[in-house]
Write a protein that binds this ligand. Structure first.
Ligand code: XMP
Length: 322
């Protein structure tokens, strides 16, 4: 792997970057078609805009509904892009993902199951059917760094893991954002005309809500953490934090409801202050905000009897629990 030359957010000229990358994509793809998957995160959104600028309708953009996204997310994202003239097709792949996640509790095995299902099965089939030879992907420099350092295997880094996508999956990958970090990508996304709800979007991991469930990610457990996530995002909407998340624990604890013992579920809340996700500190949320959040989760998410707030910094914690 040749050394990637970083472009810092400070030195980045977003308009020029967009022109250059669109030209590069155009040249690489020629008269062919390219394909990309949009999750609505800032990276895949910026890539979609670059690809659309370069290729117009010759870029086929899909939103893979893997069943582990947040409430209403597929429809929201598709409608944002529709307003920008970009057609995005939703692909229902829930059964494939839940099938692959069945019985798996280990974090890295979960990531691997999602990677394989995404790239080999669901996306592989789409690519084959579309005839596309190119995949546009929103890999950024931090993904590469963390994978190389062996900290956490990002789902979208192949070369550094010794995987040749051409050989493994039958397509070439174009990664126009690989010189940037998140702050640079946000500048590109804004300059490309995306709305603030996208260019300032809170990071959300590729493995989605399965990263927010410790242990097996079943439909039921995902549904439970999804409900807690809706409440968390409503309650903390005004908080200026890098990222916040609700996590469903694997262990149950004793609680009581209606004067009866209930061996119930535990939700852990994390809320982080961070510049670039490499280090992070728990946000000093007010106790009353935490209490209100806990009370809503306890009242509205069936079976939950315990809500905790994580106060360990990264390192030694990581931001996600999985
Ligand atoms: P950690 O947990 O490594 O998280 O401190 C740092 C940032 O990366 C996100 N994250 C992921 N993103 N695939 C992703 O696309 C992953 O497997 C993954 N794991 C963590 C996390 O949400 C945080 O913003």
């Amino acid at each position: 792997m040749p050394q990637v030359k970083e472009i810092t957010a400070n030195e980045l000229d977003a308009k020029k970057f967009i022109e250059e990358k669109a030209a590069e994509i155009s040249q690489a793809v020629g008269n062919g078609i390219a394909i990309n998957a949009l999750s609505g995160g800032v990276d895949s959104s910026a890539v979609t805009m670059l690809g659309h600028k370069a290729l117009g309708d010759r870029l086929k953009t899909y939103f893979i509904d893997n069943g582990i996204m947040r409430e209403g997310e597929p429809q929201q994202i598709v409608s944002i892009f529709k307003k920008l003239g970009v057609n995005v097709q939703i692909v229902d792949a829930q059964d494939a993902f839940f099938g692959a996640l069945k019985g798996i509790a280990d974090p890295e095995e979960k990531r691997e199951a999602i990677t394989q299902t995404f790239y080999k099965k669901v996306f592989g089939d789409l690519v084959k059917n579309s005839g596309a030879k190119y995949l546009l992907q929103g890999t950024i420099l931090t993904d590469v760094d963390e994978t190389v350092a062996g900290i956490k295997r990002q789902h979208n880094v192949f070369e550094q893991l010794g995987i040749d996508p051409q050989e493994a999956f039958g397509y070439k990958i174009i990664e126009p954002l690989v010189q940037l970090r998140k702050d640079g990508v946000r500048k590109v996304a804004e300059a490309a005309g995306l709305p603030v709800s996208i260019f300032n979007r809170m990071p959300f991991p590729g493995p989605a809500l399965s990263a927010r469930v410790i242990g097996e990610a079943t439909r039921e457990r995902i549904a439970l953490v999804r409900k807690a996530t809706v409440i968390l995002e409503q309650e903390l909407a005004a908080v200026k934090a890098f990222q916040y998340m609700a996590i469903l624990h694997n262990d149950r604890v004793t609680g009581m409801r209606n004067n009866k013992r209930e061996f119930g579920q535990q939700i852990e809340i994390r809320c982080w202050d961070s510049i670039d996700a490499r280090q992070a500190r728990p946000t000093q949320l007010s106790f009353s905000a935490l209490e209100k959040l806990a009370n809503r989760i306890l009242a509205e998410v069936p079976g939950v009897v315990s809500v905790t707030y994580n106060i360990a910094p990264k390192p030694p914690s990581t931001m996600e629990a999985v």
